[in-house]
Structure formats: structure tokens, C-alpha cells
Design a protein. Sequence first.
Length: 255
Amino acid sequence: MPPKTTYASNNTLKFIVFCIIVIVVSATGLKFYTEKKSQPLVPKSPEAITVPVKSKTVIDYDKLEKDPELKDLMQKRKEEYGIRNGLDMILNSDESVKIGDSTVSMEEILEKTRLIKGDFIEKDIKDGRMASGGEKQKYGIHVVRPGDNIWNIHFRLLNDYFGSRGISLSPLADEADIKGYSSGVAKVLKFSENMDYIYNISKGELEDNLDLIQPLSKIVIYNMNEVFAMLDQINYDKISNIHFDGETLWIPAEQ
């Protein structure tokens, strides 16, 4: 009968080899774990997300006389319309105006004026433009001062307009004649009340009472395209023939 030592030796050898494999594998795994743990954690960078930010240009009324660049910009804009003292600023529809501690965008004002007029509001988000047809509009701004009234504000603007065309208005041009009839200039001024808006910048709302004007808290706003489209149709030589019925301004056809 053969001895059993050979079988026992083989089992011992297999056990030893198995133990060696386990030790090697464990050592390798421990080394890998240790190296991985010692490395700093670097989070995966997320893909960049581009968020369009609409830049707003703020025209600061308090800096008009202190900032040479701003003063020159406003001067150039006014010169395009022949305006000198009739307006303080001319803003684009995508700009904002700041007076004291209050800032308001023209878009916000225009939304409110269009709601009053019943017009459909159209916004072009991509271009930041807001106006009928998506075009940029220009708006004249007069900041109300002590002693101002709406009639004199309109008269200064009208005086600038005709002055740029070589016509000098008399300070009494808006007075009634000896028979008590309103002059042509007065009728134009009265009609102009339908073409402006008074915005209370401190309260953030439109005003409908033209008599209650508080200095530096309100601004008078003109749509430059509308105002000058109307004025360009007036022949000053025939301004005395102008008729105004409270809503419509016209000159009768020549007989």
C-alpha cells in the first residue's frame, strides 16, 4: 500500500501558493487604494453655460454738467433735432434715466404709456429693443424744476424747434389776440399736451394732473419721432390759420 505523504505534500504546496496569491492581490489592492485616496479630489468641470446679460446704459441727470463725455453725448443728440434748452436729455428706448436716488428704464415707462394708449407692446428680447415694429425710438426728457409749468415747458421746446429753422418766436407768441382768440402758437402748445407724458420718478407712476408738478421728482417725456413729425408739417407763415378742436390740429385747405 503506497504511502500517503505525497498527497499531503501536494495539498500543503497548493495551500502555500494560494496564500501567496492572496497576499499579492491584497497588497496590490491596498497600494492602489492608498494611492487613489492620497490624490486630491478634482471635481469635473461642468460645461460653461452662457447666459446673455442685457447691458443697460444709465443716464445720470446729476452728472450732466460734471461728466464731459456725457455732456457731449447729450449735446450731440440734441443737435440732431436743433434742440438747445428745450430738453435736458434725449434717451434711446433701451436706456435708463437716474435722478437723485431714483432710476427707471425707458422700457418700464414705455410699457405704462402704451397700456394707457391701448397699443400692443412688442419686445425684441434679442436686440433689447422695444417699440412698434421693433425699432429703437428716441425720447426727449425735461426734468421739472421750481417754477416750471407744462405750458412753459412746451413753449421752450417749440422755441428751440423754430429757432433752429431761423424763426424767432416772440415771448408773447402764445398770447391771445386783441379779440381774445388763441394764437396759432397757443393752439400748437395746447395740442402738444396730448403728445407728452409726465412720469413721477419717485413714485414710479404716470401722472395725469398737469398742474401738480413737483421739482426734481417728475419728468416730462416726448416721443421725438411723433413730436417732430407733427412740427415738420407746420408752415410758420400760415400758423395763424391753424385750427384745434381739443383733439385734432389742422390747417384748412386753401380755397
